[in-house]
Structures are given as structure tokens and as C-alpha cells.
Design a protein around this ligand. Structure first.
Ligand code: 13P
Ligand code: MG
Ligand code: MG
Length: 384
């Protein structure tokens, strides 16, 4: 059968500030998912939160961008928003940026990652396993470095030297500044390695949209690369991207992908979406409570049976003592960066400051500059 894995994620309210959704909100989302399975809209479903974002993971046979599946996720987030409003939670409905989405929630605020696949459980995929990454308090390109390395660099993915992967992968990179639509360039690793890095180094503008096997053509990765502030025009929260990553066999093994997260690399985000801080791998359902609000990333793993049902339980990849070492490393990097407060590299450049208010403050001051001879800057000499 053709099976689609969809994950749709949104921040629709959280307790005591931007920390985590409430239990009542999670219960409501869980009930809606159970009822969608009962009605046959989806085959299986699972929910989690990472920081203040709720992720709904679904399997179904309706294909990508399905109106009913997207509408279901939207309606479910509306229900959770109503609970958030009732209890006075922070940021109720924050990521629901339009009154009603026109068929598809892409561009309406929630993050979407979807992969449609041939699901036969025969070679080259005798078993289907995948991971869901969810990140909070960070920008859209947060996965650029770790997922690129996991699929293009044998220093992290030794499997790239095996016959089933040695041809490499095709990267679809999206230009998130182009708000007219999804503008994509296709580049091949290994031969376009340097061109890909020339784009992916800019986490705020370019992002991995998808990765495809050059051996089988199958899609391995889908990332919800978009920029909330390009969509909304004003700051409405960080993008907090999600990613679906199929693993094993013709794709990298889980350890080959997650080993790249040991870097706790610096990403844009953190407090007021305007700083540069390391991303910390955390267990599922971790609230944001640290000093500042360090960007977080979770990773859940699933298998899928013949009928498209998820395994009866899941793996929480970052819920393991080995990751405590990385968490301490991330925290140390974070403290070092925060020690320089507002200076230089510690904050995002002017154009990327997510809180427009920072820009308003600077613009107000720029207007007051004058030359030392008394002439006003930016005003023609005759008018001075
Ligand atoms: P969220 O996008 O997770 O709500 O974070 C917003 C923010 O400004 C953090 O300080
Ligand atoms: Mg929030
Ligand atoms: Mg968030």
C-alpha cells in the first residue's frame, strides 16, 4: 500500500510562560486522535510535546497535503486552544495564524512534515522504521548541520561507504526568504557537498526540505522548513521545526543520525527568539525551564507494521544517560554564550531579531543620529 506518515505540530498555549502545554490540553488532543482512528480517518496516531509545542504523529493512506488530515489537526489544535484560553494559559492559539486554513495547514502556522512511501515490507525496506525530531525555541534551519552530516559525511555515517548508500543522497534545499511559494534547489551529495554547505550554513534563510536516496529514489527525510515570521509578517513565536527521518537499511542507522547532535551546535532562537544558543537533546515531554530557554530537541523512534500501525511502544532516543554528558556540554556552551549577553554573536543580527520591538528600538535611535557638524544624517544638505 501507499502509506503516509504525517506529523503536524503547533504551539497553542502553555503553563506559567512558554514552558509546556497543560495535561488537559494533551488529554483533549489524545482523545481527538483516538476518535480519528476510530472513524478511520487515520490508521494510527501518537502525541507528544517538546517544550510548548504539541506534535501529532499520524499514519494514513490519504497522501501528503490531505485536506481532511490537515483539517483534523487544525480542529484538534483549536480544541486545545480553547482549553488554553479557559485556563488563562500563555500564548493560547499562538501558532494558528489564520482564521481557517484553506485545505492545507502549511503556511497557516503549524509545522508539517510528511512522507508518502510504498509500504510493502519487502526489499529494499523489509522493515519500516523512522524517527520524529521535534525542536523548541529555535529557528527553521536547526537541523541543517546535524541531518546534513548524518546523510552526507562518512565521519558520522559510516554506512555511506556501503553499496546501498554509496551513491549518496539528493538534498532538496528550500529558500525560506521566497514567500511566493516553496522554492527548491536539488543538489547531490557527495559531488555537490560544498554547494550544499554554502547554502545550509545560513540557518535562517536556507533549510533542508527533503532528502532522497540516489539508489532507490525513496524519500528519507521531510523537514518542516518554513519561517513563521515570513508567514505572519510580525513575530509570532519561533519556527520550532520538526523532521521525519526514515532509518536503517538503505538509509542511515539511528545512531548515525543522532551522533551529530552531540555537538549541541549553536542555533538562532532562545529567549524572545533573538539569541544564539546551543541546542540540547532532551527526552520527550521536556518543558522549557532552564536559565534562558535553551533550544531543545527530542527524538522518538517507531516501527510500522504491515497495516500501517505504529509499534506498540516507541523509543525515546535522547532519554539515556549517555546524553547527560551532551546536556552538560550544551549547558556549558550556553552559559559561556550568555556571559556576553547582548554583545555580537550572542544575539541574532538585526534582520533576524524575531521580536520586532528590538528593531523598533534601534530604528527610533537611528532616526536621531546627526553628523558632528550638526547636520542630520540621511537628510539632504539643503534641508539641514
Ligand atoms: P515559542 O516559539 O516556543 O513560543 O518561543 C517564543 C519565545 O519568544 C521564547 O522566548
Ligand atoms: Mg510558545
Ligand atoms: Mg515553541
Amino acid at each position: 500500500m501507499k502509506l503516509t506518515i504525517s506529523c503536524i505540530k503547533a504551539d497553542v498555549g502553555s503553563i506559567g510562560g512558554h514552558t509546556k502545554p497543560s495535561e488537559r490540553m494533551m488529554d483533549a488532543v489524545r482523545e481527538e486522535v483516538a476518535s480519528a482512528i476510530e472513524k478511520g480517518l487515520i490508521i494510527d496516531g501518537w502525541i507528544s510535546y517538546t517544550g510548548d509545542d504539541i506534535a501529532i504523529l499520524m499514519s494514513h493512506t490519504r497522501g501528503e497535503d490531505d485536506v481532511d488530515v490537515h483539517q483534523f489537526a487544525w480542529d484538534t489544535f483549536i480544541k486545545a486552544t480553547e482549553i488554553a484560553r479557559e485556563y488563562g494559559l500563555y500564548g493560547a492559539g499562538q501558532d494558528l495564524l489564520v482564521d481557517a486554513p484553506s485545505g492545507n495547514v502549511r503556511g497557516a502556522g503549524p509545522a508539517v512534515a510528511e512522507i508518502e512511501m510504498d509500504h510493502t515490507l519487502e526489499a529494499p525496506r523489509p522493515a519500516e522504521s523512522f524517527m520524529l525530531f521535534a525542536a523548541d525555541k529555535c529557528g527553521p534551519g536547526a537541523y541543517n548541520l546535524p541531518i546534513f552530516l548524518g546523510f552526507a559525511d562518512p565521519m558520522y555515517c559510516g554506512g555511506l561507504m556501503l553499496p546501498q548508500m554509496i551513491k549518496g543522497f539528493t538534498f532538496h534545499v528550500i529558500d525560506m526568504d521566497n514567500t511566493g511559494g516553496d522554492s527548491i534547489i536539488e543538489l547531490n551529495a557527495p559531488e555537490d557537498y560544498y554547494q550544499i554547505t554554502a547554502l545550509l550554513r545560513d540557518n535562517e534563510r536556507f533549510g533542508i526540505d527533503g532528502i532522497y536516496s540516489r539508489t532507490t529514489g525513496q524519500r528519507a527525510v521531510s523537514v518542516s522548513a518554513q519561517r513563521l515570521h515570513s508567514i505572519a509578517g510580525v513575530y509570532t513565536g519561533k519556527d520550532d521545526p520538526i523532521a521525519l527521518v526514515r532509518n536503517q537499511g538503505i538509509f542511515p542507522a539511528p545512531e548515525e543520525v543522532i551522533s551529530t547532535f552531540t555537538k549541541a551546535h549553536f542555533v538562532g532562537g532562545d529567549a524572545r527568539g533573538s539569541h544564539v544558543m546551543p541546542i540540547m537533546p532532551v527526552p520527550l515531554n521536556t518543558p522549557v525551564t532552564g536559565p534562558y530557554c535553551l533550544p531543545l530537541v527530542s527524538a522518538a523512534g517507531f516501527s510500522v507494521n504491515r497495516d500501517g500501525m505504529f509499534s506498540d511502544s516507541y523509543i525515546d532516543f535522547f532519554d539515556n544517560p549517555v546524553w547527560d554528558e551532551v546536556r552538560a556540554h550544551a549547558q556549558r556552551k550556553g552559559i559561556d554564550m550568555r556571559s556576553q549577553g547582548w554583545s555580537g554573536a550572542a544575539m541574532l543580527p538585526y534582520s533576524e531579531l524575531e521580536y520586532g520591538g528590538f528593531r523598533d528600538t534601534v530604528t527610533g535611535l537611528v532616526d536621531r543620529f546627526s553628523f558632528k557638524n550638526g547636520a542630520r544624517a540621511g537628510v539632504p544638505a539643503d534641508d539641514n
